[in-house]
Design a protein around this ligand. Structure first.
Ligand SMILES: *Cc1c(COP(=O)(O)O)cnc(C)c1O
Length: 813
């Protein structure tokens, strides 16, 4: 490992003092904690800039290949702690501040959580940027600088309330405005058919309105402090001189209104996870991001080249899901219309540059845009998409001469009452690589989602199992465990997580196991304090902390977990069957504001918590707590405090999951279905160190169509008792029939997510788990092996695979 380069901290204190005095205009004695957080961050930012500038000069000097990761979401979480750790100066800064009479932890607690993402997809992008910089690779992020990130969740009377989350998109100490590198984005307007001087077809995109994309950069420093890349986020502005003719006052106000409407483009993040929005503004956002990114990427390339011959050798672009799939059309437009390349040449460059990651098989999440909306927003791109499709279908007729059905299935344009653009098809046709995010998921992409494309281009398809950064999710979030590991096996694990394997043999050392378990106990105490503070519930750190933390979604099956809790309640209450160990069921997660059943599920969790926690007998054995406002900073406290990680999606529906990896690395034991990366976690830790239950993908697929939840219900008095309780007044408070829709979905509407099919096997696995938990030594060994054997889920491994197999990206040390 290359040693850590520590920046010079001699001016650090003065930078903080100067910030307070000359930027805020206050004497130090008047500075609030937030002022001081901003001051410290500015001092850190100064150090980051030195690394950033050196890094960029190194890249330029070597004319390196760069990778650009385009994503509508980046869920970074707070940055101060991470930046200090990655630069290796957390303790030095702590000491400097202590000298000034300040407490680093108090200042860090003032940092708002930038919530520029919904969940896993945005968090993956953030982990990737950390790994790229830590591996000293030229990999950059492109996203949108939303004014409002994901809403803040609070709970009132058991219901989710949403409050806007204003992100200081113009004043965060981490953002550096780069007004000199703004991008001009034409949008709306119409196509005028004209001819060029040789009489060829020459379409003119006219009457567009111009939106300005202003870049704001967040420096991303890698572990070791050698390399700082950047995440570039664009804010939308109206073009400066809103350039319409103003004849009277009315026109003036209309002009101002138009200006305001342009600026709405980067106003807010769409809050739906795994659900497409289908709104015009969302399409405009996607296009805005793609247009800014492509312009910026080409500008950077042309600084060192004067034609496009080297483009795909110097530039790789990764599309994070289909949200930026318009990159295919925009890069073509730019190369052909703006830079005058021939179509065929431009197409080769485009497909050799682009690669696409698929993140979901859920039909409701697959993006399709009605032609009418696409034509209105980006008429020239629609033409280009038609031309791409025409040529694509032409090659298909050669490959499959007598198969018109196949052409219909594969077309980028879906025929029907309302014609639509299939964004996944556009992304696949325009890319040289298509990957899923876990082995099973990549397999299902090939065999279930787009088998026709796999048949045509088998070599395009590959797998890149997700990962998470060990810097944030172990070093920073679990300092106690990080310290113990480093004391025991050295610190190489921070950049090479596979070395955690060396912990395995320590499992035979009772003193080591004791220390390992004590750290978990301390993390549970820390989590219990958070629960007390946010959910007002007292929980016992000696009970099993059984945690289900992720977005609330039917396919993630928080309902199945609740069914199990209700079942346990009745077992104690009615049958006097006491569980082997007391358990605290902890939930956390946001529901999309428009997702009725998910929001009702949050209400049900609170209804069940009310009854269970107040029952004098049951509450000795079962407690239920919901921690509001799940986000990165809370996940950093919740995950290290878990004994059990609930990963119980219906098999075939969770593409990979990354929460499952964070929990396992922190020594939680997974209770999971054979879905997503759970399968690979099971492979890594071994069958004795995980609880796998339920139907697997093949069994679920075989059941579809013939599945009858009524039959299971009729045969199971236990399930009847649980579901009748859901549908009874028991958990409703004074609101009658409150939970009928949840009951109804399972009992009368086919139980699409197959909760009932997996219920008994889930209950059985939970009983086994309780039995194992009370065997302290066995349990400690299981949790240790989870940490020791999950090194492959470092995003460093994922990035090395992408770099070698998809991007052709090299280390630049
Ligand atoms: C890791 C993470 C997720 C993703 O969790 P899954 O269990 O993989 O769905 C979502 N939100 C936050 C805040 C996270 O840190």
């Amino acid at each position: 490992m290359d040693s850590i380069i520590k920046p010079d901290l001699s001016g650090f204190e003065n930078t903080i003092r100067d910030y307070v005095r000359y930027v805020l205009g206050k004497p130090m004695t008047d500075a609030t904690s937030t002022d001081l957080f901003n001051g410290v961050s500015s001092a850190v930012r100064k150090l980051l800039m030195d690394i950033r500038i050196e890094t960029e000069q190194r890249y330029d000097r070597r004319d390196v290949k760069r990778m650009h990761y385009i994503s509508m979401e980046f869920l970074t979480g707070p940055l101060l702690a991470n930046n200090l750790l990655n630069m290796g100066i957390q303790e030095d800064v702590r000491a400097i501040l202590k000298n000034m009479g300040l407490d680093l932890d108090i200042l860090m607690a003032c940092e708002p959580d930038p919530s520029l993402g919904n969940g896993g997809l945005g968090r993956l992008a953030a982990c990737f940027l950390d790994s790229l910089a830590s591996l000293d690779m030229p990999g950059f992020g492109y996203g949108i600088n939303y004014d409002y990130g994901l809403f803040k969740q609070s709970i009132m009377g058991g219901y989710q309330r949403e409050k806007p989350d204003y992100w200081p998109s113009r004043s965060s100490p981490w953002l550096i405005a780069r007004s000199g590198e703004k991008c001009m984005v034409p949008v709306y307007g119409r196509i005028v058919d004209t001819e060029d001087i040789e009489g060829g077809y020459n379409p003119m995109w006219s009457e567009w309105k111009l939106v300005v994309g202003r870049p704001h950069d967040i420096p991303v420093v890698g572990y070791g402090g050698h390399t700082a890349n950047r995440l570039r986020l664009f804010s939308a502005w109206a073009s400066e001189d809103f350039d319409i003719q103003i004849f009277n006052e009315g026109d003036y106000f209309r002009a101002v209104e138009r200006k305001i409407s342009s600026e709405n483009i980067s106003k807010i993040l769409y809050p739906s996870d795994s659900q497409e929005a289908g709104r015009e503004l969302r399409l405009v956002q996607e296009y805005f991001l793609v247009a800014c990114a492509v312009q910026d990427i080409i500008r950077i390339y042309l600084k060192q080249h004067d034609d496009f011959n080297q483009f795909s050798k110097k530039v790789a672009i990764q599309l994070n899901d289909t949200h930026p799939a318009l990159t295919v059309a925009e890069l073509m437009r730019s190369l052909v219309d703006v830079h005058g390349l021939e179509w065929d040449n431009a197409w080769d460059i485009t497909t050799q540059t682009l690669a696409y990651t698929n993140h979901t098989l859920l039909p409701e999440a697959l993006e399709k845009w009605p032609l009418a909306i696409v034509e209105k927003v980006i008429p020239r791109h629609l033409q280009i998409i038609y031309e791409i499709n025409r040529r694509f279908l032409e090659t298909l007729t050669v490959n499959y001469p007598d198969d018109p059905q196949r052409l219909h299935r594969m077309s980028i344009i879906e025929e029907g009452d309302e014609k639509q653009v299939r964004m996944a098809h556009l992304a696949i046709v325009g890319s040289h690589s298509v990957n899923g995010v876990a082995k099973i998921h990549s397999h299902l992409v090939k065999t279930g989602l787009v088998p026709d494309f796999y048949d045509l281009w088998p070599e395009k398809f590959n797998n890149k199992t997700n990962g998470v950064t060990p810097r944030r999710w172990l070093l920073s979030a679990n300092p106690g465990l990080a310290r113990l590991i480093t004391e025991s096996i050295g610190d190489k694990w921070i950049v090479d997580l596979d070395t955690l394997k060396a912990l395995e043999s320590l499992g035979r050392d009772p003193a080591f196991l004791e220390k390992f378990s004590m750290i978990k106990r301390e993390n549970k105490v820390r989590l219990a304090r958070l629960i007390k503070k946010t959910a007002y519930i007292d929980v016992d750190p000696d009970s099993i902390f059984d945690i289900h933390a992720k977005r609330i979604h039917e396919y993630k099956r928080q309902f199945l977990n609740v069914m199990h809790i209700i079942h346990g309640y009745f077992m104690i209450q009615e049958e006097g069957v006491i569980p082997t160990a007391p358990r605290t069921y902890i939930f956390s997660g946001k529901a999309a504001p428009g997702y009725f059943l998910a929001k009702l599920l949050i209400r049900l969790i609170h209804g069940v918590a009310d009854v269970v926690n107040k029952d004098p007998l049951v509450s000795q054995w079962i407690k239920v707590a919901f921690i509001p406002d799940y986000k990165v900073s809370l996940a950093e406290i919740i995950i290290p405090g878990a004994d059990v990680s609930e990963q119980i999606s219906t098999a075939g529906m969770e593409a990979s999951g990354t929460g499952n990896m964070k929990f396992a690395i922190n020594g939680a034991v997974t209770m999971g279905t054979m879905d997503g990366a759970n399968i690979e976690i099971a492979e890594a830790v071994g069958p004795d160190n995980i609880y796998i239950f339920g139907h697997d993908v093949e069994e679920i697929q075989a059941m579809r169509g013939a599945y009858d939840p009524g039959k299971i219900l009729a045969q199971s008095p236990h399930i009847q008792r649980v579901l009748n309780a859901v549908n009874s007044p028991l958990f409703c408070g004074w609101e009658n029939d409150l939970f009928f829709p949840l009951f109804d979905a399972v009992v009368n509407h086919g139980d699409y997510y197959m909760n009932l099919a997996d219920f008994q096997s889930y209950v059985d696995a939970q009983v086994r788990l309780s039995g194992d938990y009370v065997d302290k030594k066995k349990w400690a060994q299981m949790t240790l092996l989870n940490t020791a054997r999950t090194g492959i889920f470092s995003s460093d491994r994922t990035i090395r695979e992408y770099a070698g197999e998809v991007w052709g990206l090299e280390r630049q040390i």
